[in-house]
Design a protein around this ligand. Structure first.
Ligand SMILES: [Fe+2]
Length: 269
């Protein structure tokens, strides 16, 4: 290396950039479908390390609401206090961000209340352009870990068979692929039958912000935005679906929006 360039090179080494997209402000094209995915705020948890997470979330929504089509909140919105769920829904309403939510094991909310608060059921599907979303409940009112309703999943996958992309969203990982996941033997084989399933989105594992390929399909986590344990930084995931079906996703810091890592998912395996 020429001597004159050595100093800038050494300086750059002080800022580790392990992922290609780190620090870039924007990914994807203007035509892409872009949505926000986050999980695990655990509002009301006594020993939370992030007692102000709702304020931080509100700032993030203010910053992102023009760019994002909607937000998916993937479970554990509250920590064993279902009476506080309306506070979370109200925050999104106030910022005029469309919200879709899955029930986590700490939400303890019956279906009729969930529908009243969030405007949709515990198992729910919706379509945004040529992309389908299937939200699946993986718990119950008591907070048990549950396999998702495979009949609803199969019916929804069938209904969305002709779409160019489908996302499956559920709080608890179903394939035994993380320490806190459960093993539901027929979940992955069912997804494998539908090549348009682009990714499965999970919450619950506060210590995971990356991807695991299971049955050839990327399973994507988004860490946590609150609670008492997990990755040191609270984060959210931006998911980008290009018109040709290409999937791009990055993890951003909740406080600043800075990209911490990003990936392009070209193919299923
Ligand atoms: Fe959880």
């Amino acid at each position: 290396m020429p001597g004159g360039r050595l100093l800038p090179y050494l300086r750059s080494m002080r800022q580790p950039k392990p992922f290609f997209y780190q620090g870039q402000p924007q990914l994807g094209s203007a035509e892409a479908l872009r949505f926000m995915c986050l999980s695990d705020g655990h509002l009301g948890q006594k020993d939370s390390m992030h007692p102000d997470h709702l304020e931080t979330l509100e700032q993030a929504l203010l910053r992102e609401k023009e760019r994002m089509a909607f937000c998916v909140y993937n479970g554990d919105l509250v920590h064993d206090c279902p009476e506080r769920l309306p506070e979370v829904a109200e925050l999104f309403r106030k910022q005029q961000v469309r919200l879709f939510a899955t029930r986590g094991n700490h939400d303890h909310c019956p279906e009729e209340d969930w529908k009243r608060i969030f405007g949709h059921g515990l198992n729910h599907r919706f379509q945004e352009g040529k992309t389908g979303f299937i939200l699946l409940d993986s718990s119950d009112e008591q907070g048990s870990y549950r396999c998702v309703d495979r009949a609803f999943l199969a019916e929804s996958l069938e209904a969305y068979r002709s779409l160019s992309a489908v996302f499956v969203v559920t709080h608890l990982a179903q394939g035994g692929q993380s320490y806190h996941s459960i093993s539901c033997p027929d979940f992955l084989p069912l997804l494998q039958r539908f090549p348009n399933v682009k990714a499965v989105l999970h919450g619950h594992d506060h210590d995971m912000n990356g991807q695991v390929y299971c049955a050839g399909i990327p399973h994507l986590w988004s860490g946590h935005i609150g609670g008492s344990w997990g990755l040191p930084e609270t984060i959210y995931r931006e998911v980008i679906v290009e018109p040709d079906g290409l999937l791009i996703s990055c993890i951003r810091a909740l406080r600043t929006g800075e990209i911490l890592q990003g990936h392009v998912f070209r193919n299923r395996f």
